[in-house]
Design a binder for this molecule. Structure first.
Ligand SMILES: Nc1ncnc2c1ncn2[C@@H]1O[C@H](COP(=O)(O)OP(=O)(O)OP(=O)(O)O)[C@@H](O)[C@H]1O
Ligand SMILES: [Mg+2]
Length: 241
């Protein structure tokens, strides 16, 4: 993967990114590319820096050093709203829905956050149906079980029509049925969009991802195709072992 493919429209190139919290090197000298139109998995043990990396990409943290190149712009340190409007949208490990708004209203917020205006009714209904949320469209999102709240959050991020979707453990805490919906949503999105997927479910990472990056204690341990990563002795030692 060349630098050019990474910084093409929809691709993200991370160069020598650093972020420390006090003495903790949460992300240390990490470089990799999420090429336009590809799905890259980001895996690693608990505390290895995956969420911090997504927070840096989405503008919730300012890097201490390094660049995040996207469509010819360095996103590093830009505010989250600007990054979202540029098409880079993240989901959270916990759902972060608005509990008092209905499911349909929560999904509509995603489009507003992107500055795209309200989605039309047909588009919104289609997204709710694909997410398996039609039956609960008018239910306050806060009254749903955890797994369905996560589906709402993913539908909301898709409503923003992102170019690049950053997913932080979208499968964690979901039932097998809910997982199927999330996998189908990602599968559909990745036909046109670029994805950086953090999850501990390696089976799904292997199914969905073209390429996998492995973090360990804030640094990049290695990267490669899923079939190579799953057999790499250094990855087995720190992650699968
Ligand atoms: N806001 C913060 N303040 C202080 N330390 C932080 C902060 N955010 C993360 N860290 C530390 O940075 C390191 C990386 O944390 P991070 O949440 O990025 O890991 P992770 O790979 O997402 O882990 P998990 O798989 O458990 O979600 C950890 O040592 C964590 O304690
Ligand atoms: Mg995390």
């Amino acid at each position: 993967m060349t630098a050019a493919s990474g910084s093409a429209r929809g691709g993200v190139e991370i160069r020598r990114l650093h972020k420390s919290f006090g003495g903790v090197r949460a992300v240390w000298d990490v470089s990799f590319t999420v090429p336009a139109g590809k799905t890259v998995g980001l895996i690693g043990p608990n505390g290895s820096g995956k969420t911090t990396l997504l927070n840096l990409l989405a503008g919730y943290y300012k890097p201490d050093a390094g660049e995040i190149l996207y469509g010819g712009t360095d996103l590093a340190g830009l505010p989250p709203e600007r990054i979202a409007r540029a098409g880079v949208v993240r989901t959270w490990q916990d759902p972060r829905i608005v509990p008092d708004l209905t499911v349909a209203e929560n999904v509509a917020i995603g489009a507003l956050a992107r500055g795209a205006g309200m989605p039309n009714d047909a588009a919104r209904r289609a997204l709710l149906a694909e997410s398996g949320l039609t039956a609960v469209a008018d239910t306050p999102a806060g009254s749903l079980p955890y797994g369905q709240q996560k589906l709402v959050a993913i539908a909301r991020s898709l409503a923003a029509s992102p170019a690049v979707l950053l997913l932080d453990e979208p499968l964690a805490g979901l039932s097998a049925f809910e997982r199927q919906h999330v996998v189908a949503l990602i599968q559909q999105f990745r036909t046109t969009g670029t994805v950086l997927l953090v999850d501990h479910a390696f089976g799904v990472i292997a199914q969905l991802c073209d390429h996998v990056v492995v973090l360990n204690t804030g640094t990049k341990l290695t990267e490669g195709p899923p079939g190579v990563i799953s057999k790499d002795p250094s990855v087995i030692e720190v992650y699968f072992g």
